[in-house]
Design a protein around this ligand. Structure first.
Ligand code: GCU
Length: 400
């Protein structure tokens, strides 16, 4: 069966001739629905003891902690410890940025007393017109804070005009994106007491930890509502945003843009990027044990619908792109569909459709899905949908 609404031309995958596996022994990706194997997803609402999860208390006290433990043990590893204090160093503040619509700040978060210790540089925009603390999108970027303002990925003016703030940081401050990056990562804050090899942590956990520190910053900043911080990330940083939301309930919502394999796409579909591809090329993104599931997805005790469910009942939006076969847009849909019962158990509406929506017809339920026409990017069209979803579920605190 062809993937309705999803194109076969173009993705971020190996056929593009970049380094996504070309010239290696990696298996070719599956790009045909007829080649997707039969699979059985691990149950969402059955505990490890075989009991059904039917009440919020079953979820909060039993099932959710079990699932979190499994994702730590088999996929992402442990996060760096929470620092006892986060010291904010203010560098500059411009109250008339973006034609005086925004206050722009540049600050550094310090996690230790050591001047050379790991730190996180934040670029912050807050609407000047706001009455009271604003909801804010928190994101990591892959190219540096100085690239944010002129970029398509971060339409700051639109975000500000819609009444939201934006805080961004460069992911390399947390864990440089290479296998040996652990030695320069935020794990070094506690290197003396913890695993010094990095094998039980991961870059994705360090990046997720960075989102948590942005909530810490929000909590110390009057102009921002720390109860309405929305984690947003594209691609590898969408994976990090999801893991951040799973591990810190202070994040009010998560927006996943094209996270694909290791993010919201189901491993067991094996469509597009698979564990063998991602873990061979980016072993540092995951913990050591994840490698044992290369070409053995069915042995993994979790799948990614369970990761999405860890967000429940908070709003989550999964945004996929029609031409992004490498990230498996349909797998991202099936995943949020199978996560949806977690919202229901907690008394909220989950995903408001059972069938893959048409392109460019976003489903903006509390657990939402959006399939945008086009390639593996983050752009203004996506942000329009993110803001609509946030207006409905974060700004207005719609209880549904
Ligand atoms: C590669 C990788 C993906 C990842 C993407 C990105 O394509 O295989 O898993 O999402 O890079 O972060 O841009």
């Amino acid at each position: 069966m062809a993937l309705a609404g999803c194109d076969s031309s173009g993705s971020s995958g190996p056929e593009k001739g970049d380094d996504n596996g070309a010239g290696t022994d990696l298996p070719p990706p599956i790009y045909s629905e007829s080649a997707v194997p039969e699979y059985t997803l691990p149950s969402l609402l059955t505990t490890a003891d075989g009991d059904s999860v039917t009440t919020p208390s079953d979820w909060w006290n039993q099932r959710r902690p079990q699932l979190l433990r499994r994702f730590r043990a088999h996929v992402y590893g442990h996060l760096p410890p929470t620092p006892p204090t986060v010291r904010i160093e203010h560098h500059s503040s411009d109250p008339s940025a973006l034609d005086s619509t925004a206050l722009r700040r540049h600050v550094t978060l310090h996690f230790t007393d050591r001047p050379e210790g790991p730190a996180l540089d934040l670029l912050v925009f807050v609407p000047t017109e706001a009455e009271g603390p604003v909801p804010i999108f928190a994101g990591l970027n892959a190219r540096g804070n100085h690239t944010v303002l002129p970029s398509d990925d971060w339409p700051v003016r639109t975000i500000i005009d819609r009444g939201y703030g934006l805080v961004v940081a460069h992911y390399g401050d947390l864990f440089p994106d290479r296998p040996e990056g652990f030695n320069e990562s935020v794990y070094q804050i506690h290197a003396a007491e913890h695993d010094t090899t990095g094998r039980t942590g991961s870059a994705l956990s360090a990046w997720a930890w960075g989102f948590h520190r942005m909530v810490d910053y929000a909590a110390q900043t009057d102009a921002i509502d720390a109860d309405r911080v929305i984690a947003v990330g594209h691609s590898r940083l969408g994976k990090a945003a999801l893991w951040a939301g799973a591990t810190d309930r202070r994040l009010a919502a998560v927006v996943d843009n094209a996270s694909g394999c290791g993010g919201s796409a189901l491993f067991r579909r094996r469509y597009g990027e698979r564990i063998v591809h991602i873990d061979t090329r980016f072993p540092h993104w995951f913990r050591d044990r994840f490698s044992q599931y290369r070409e053995n997805e069915s042995a993994l005790p979790v799948d990614q619908h369970q990761l999405l469910a860890l967000m429940a009942p908070r709003p989550v939006l999964v945004s996929a792109k029609t031409q992004d076969r490498w990230a498996d847009p349909k797998g991202m849909f099936v995943s949020i569909k199978h996560a949806s019962p977690a919202w229901t158990v907690l008394g909220h509406q989950g995903l408001a459709t059972r069938t893959l929506p048409m392109p460019d017809a976003p489903v903006l339920s509390r657990a939402g899905y959006h399939l945008r026409s086009g390639e593996h990017t983050l752009n203004l069209v996506d942000w329009g949908v993110f803001l609509d979803h946030a207006d409905r579920h974060v700004r207005s605190s719609d209880p549904s």
